[in-house]
Design a protein around this ligand. Structure first.
Ligand SMILES: [Mn+2]
Length: 413
């Protein structure tokens, strides 16, 4: 991605931060998995959004004091021993080139320099750190240990959360970001075509996952989240990840999966007949879910509330389920449709949710109606990724086939 994109993101952040403030962003560290193994590193998405860099243990500091802006990036110093074992660390010149940040310092000096800044004449009153989902069971992350240090060493400084600014910036996608999501959708489409060609009774669910992820790896991509491959009755479990079942003739398989392109995610669900042909019952329910997508697309526009859109879908499902004699009253719809219609998508698969929960220009959402008939072992979800524009919505994943006839024709070609 272009350096200008990241420079622009920081400019937008600076515009929104209070004067006499400093904001700190950490790139993060991989947690330990066992005695001598680390989980693979995945960069903090806000750090990436503001710098374009995806390396471990870096710190971005942005200051606005009396209107004067200062940006400093702290990176790990060159360490020959480390490089012999793990790879080449990022050099100053490269960090400047990718991020457009002119001042790059040694990571080991961060706390000392930050501390002296807080005691100087041009000190900030506020320090922005970032907090989103806090879970007391989770180990301390970089922000928490930094917040503790701040409270101990500089108890009068005001700690603010940069969450609201990041929600505003990240929920409004630039064209460049939409292009990345489209690329991620393209990988997903190609990998799904390979999956469909290989799919047959007798395969295990984990083999379908392997087919999908192998195709992503061939494209230097990877899954945007843990691949869900749920056959038959397993598909009524929304986040089913066990994948041990051997598939039989006449099974459906629900695949909820996605790929990454420069950390931008796609999140797609398709439901296929394992033997290449839907039964009449499967087809009937499948087409109801497909119809729910159209109801959703019609309801989505700039200013629409997520709740209203979901209620339209629920009303549609209730009507269809009553016709099929599954339910007698609208209130029973939750038995067969028990999630909501979608979520914002971007650098995170579940991107930040706006506080007012309305759809705004340049938001990207998933649209994922589903019906889950436990008593018949049928679970069907169809999920696309949609861009909200002032001229209406654009389905970014319309090329991934989904009608009954298109799926059957493709699988039997
Ligand atoms: Mn999904």
């Amino acid at each position: 991605m272009k350096t200008e994109f990241f420079i622009n993101n920081r400019a937008k952040f600076i515009e929104r931060m209070d004067d006499y403030s400093t904001a700190v962003f950490f790139s993060g560290k991989a947690p330990r998995e066992s005695a001598d193994q680390q989980y693979s590193f995945s960069v903090d998405r806000n750090f990436f959004y503001l710098t374009g860099i995806d390396r471990e243990d870096m710190v971005l500091v942005i200051s606005k004091i009396a209107g004067n802006v200062d940006e400093t990036l702290y990176i790990q110093p060159v360490n020959e021993h480390f490089e012999k074992w793990y790879g080449i660390l990022m050099r100053k010149e490269e960090a400047i080139k990718i991020s457009g940040i002119k001042t790059v310092e040694n990571r080991n000096d961060f706390l000392t320099k930050f501390s002296s800044k807080l005691s100087s004449a041009d000190r900030p009153d506020n320090v922005y750190i970032f907090s989103y989902i806090t879970d007391v069971e989770e180990p301390y992350d970089c922000y928490r240990s930094f917040a503790n240090w701040l409270r101990n060493q500089h108890p009068t400084v005001i700690i603010k959360n940069s969450l609201d600014i990041m929600i505003e910036l990240r929920s409004s996608k630039s064209e460049e970001e939409v292009e990345e999501i489209k690329t991620a959708i393209g990988y997903t489409n190609e990998a799904l075509q390979f999956v469909m060609k290989n799919l047959k009774p007798g395969m295990y669910e984990y083999q379908v996952r392997a087919d999908f992820e192998y195709q992503l790896m061939l494209r230097n991509s990877k899954p945007s989240f843990t691949t869900i491959a749920a056959s038959s009755g397993n598909a009524v479990i929304l986040h089913y990840v066990d994948l041990q079942r051997k598939m039989a003739d006449d099974d459906l398989i629900l695949l909820d999966l996605g790929a990454l392109s420069n950390y931008y995610a796609s999140d797609i669900t398709r439901t296929y007949p394992v033997n290449g042909k839907f039964t009449q019952r499967q087809k009937d329910i499948y087409n109801i879910v497909l119809g729910a997508q159209d109801v959703t697309f019609d309801a989505m526009h700039v200013g629409a509330s997520e709740k209203d859109v979901n209620n339209r879908v629920k009303a549609y499902f209730a009507k269809e389920l009553k016709t099929l004699k599954f339910i007698k009253d609208d209130s029973e719809v939750d038995k067969y449709y028990y999630h909501s219609i979608g979520h914002p998508l971007g650098l995170d698969v579940h991107d930040y949710i706006r506080r007012d929960k309305t759809m705004q220009e340049n938001n990207v959402y998933t649209v994922e109606p589903g019906l889950y008939i436990k008593e018949e072992g049928i679970g069907i979800r169809i999920e696309d990724n949609v861009w909200v524009t002032k001229n209406g919505i654009i389905n970014l994943s319309k090329d991934i086939i989904k009608t009954v006839s298109d799926i059957e024709n493709f699988m039997n070609k």
